[in-house]
Design a protein around this ligand. Structure first.
Ligand code: GTQ
Length: 345
């Protein structure tokens, strides 16, 4: 490949003149922004063990009252991006949030989309747009862009969940902001009760649903049962995976990030092809190894890892007799919308 001219090849007076006029020569940086064949990725394969996070999160519970935190979160930051950037990948933010019994994380809304994956504890709830969603282990709860949300806890033991947001992207777009609000009035009616199973959705004879997000809570019991049913229906099916969708549109549950649940059969090894979006794996149940070209992670329950895009990932269920269940998040809705999605096999 042709070697391109360097900045140092240019006379200093010329460089100074350009700089004074806010001008930059492209050619010294051309290969940097358009590298050959594969993008440069700052996202480093990184794993966070829940056994490391939990004691530090509980300490945060003692050190910082909820009033001083609003959201008591330890961010799972990718060192490849610099920890201060608080991003797991180009578009994905991950955080572990702690709420103690009796605490309340006040209502706010913001432009980034969020979801919660409940890791442990009973008795907490998130109210989204007036809908009070109970939080049980493995449940996925959406707080899509612009919707009011607050978290509360009527139980007796700490509750922890994983937050997944598209904050890095929305911040990069200079479109990230929040508005604080008052405690929400809750209403009856819950999307997770209206859209339960069998591929049916409520018939809107009298008025169309005005809700862009008809389902805000995806109970783990239902998702787990779907995976077991999918696996039993087709014993030859290799990728036993479901996508969290908006049941009234059939599209991804949120606009920017995609969310999935995957079951690995006992002892199964599954190679996921190299695709352009970065991915996150969070183990709900079992023991799983995640391997990419230069890294191998062993995930115990509640552990989380992220891998950059353009990497094939091989997931292996380390148990020979029980299935494993993995929650996944990726950037594919974003990549597809932007027309840069690739599957390289
Ligand atoms: O619970 O609303 O991890 O606003 C980061 C920002 C959680 C939340 C985060 C947030 C929240």
């Amino acid at each position: 490949m042709q070697e391109l001219g360097k900045l140092e090849d240019l006379p200093q007076h010329y460089r100074d003149e350009l700089q004074a006029l806010n001008l930059v020569p492209l050619w010294p940086s051309l290969r940097g922004v358009l590298p050959p064949g594969v993008p440069a990725r700052q996202t480093r394969p990184t794993c966070w063990a829940y056994q490391d996070i939990k004691p530090l999160l509980l300490q945060a519970g003692e050190l910082t009252p909820i009033e001083k935190a609003e959201r008591r979160v330890l961010v799972l930051a990718n060192p490849g991006h610099g920890l201060e950037k608080m991003q797991a990948s180009a578009a994905i933010y991950l955080g572990m949030q702690l709420l103690l019994p009796g605490e309340w994380a006040p209502s706010h809304r913001h432009t980034p989309n969020a979801v919660r994956m409940v890791v442990e504890g009973e008795g907490a709830w998130t109210t989204v747009d007036g809908e009070k969603c109970p939080m049980q282990r493995g449940d996925l709860i959406l707080t899509p862009t612009g919707l009011w949300h607050e978290h509360g806890h009527d139980g007796t033991a700490p509750v922890v969940w994983l937050d997944v947001l598209d904050l890095p992207l929305v911040y990069y777009m200079e479109a990230s902001y929040h508005i604080n609000g008052d405690r929400q009035h809750t209403h009856t009616g819950r999307g997770d009760r209206q859209h339960v199973r069998a591929g049916v959705a409520p018939t809107r004879v009298f008025e169309r649903s005005h809700k862009a997000y008809p389902v805000l809570r995806y109970p783990w019991a239902e998702t787990r049962a779907s995976l077991l049913s999918l696996a039993a229906d087709d014993p030859a099916l290799e990728c036993v995976q479901v996508t969290y969708i908006n049941p009234e549109t059939g599209h991804d549950a949120e606009n920017i990030l995609g969310f999935y649940a995957l079951m690995l059969r006992p002892g199964q090894s599954l190679r996921l092809p190299a695709r352009s979006p970065a991915q996150v794996f969070h183990l709900i149940e079992g023991a799983v190894q995640a391997r990419i070209t230069d890294s191998t992670f062993r995930l115990a329950e509640a552990d989380t890892c992220c891998v950059p895009g353009y990497e094939a990932v091989t997931l292996t269920n380390l148990h020979a007799a029980q299935p494993a269940f993995v929650f996944m998040a990726d950037e594919s809705p974003l990549h597809r919308k932007l027309g840069v999605y690739e599957n390289r096999g």
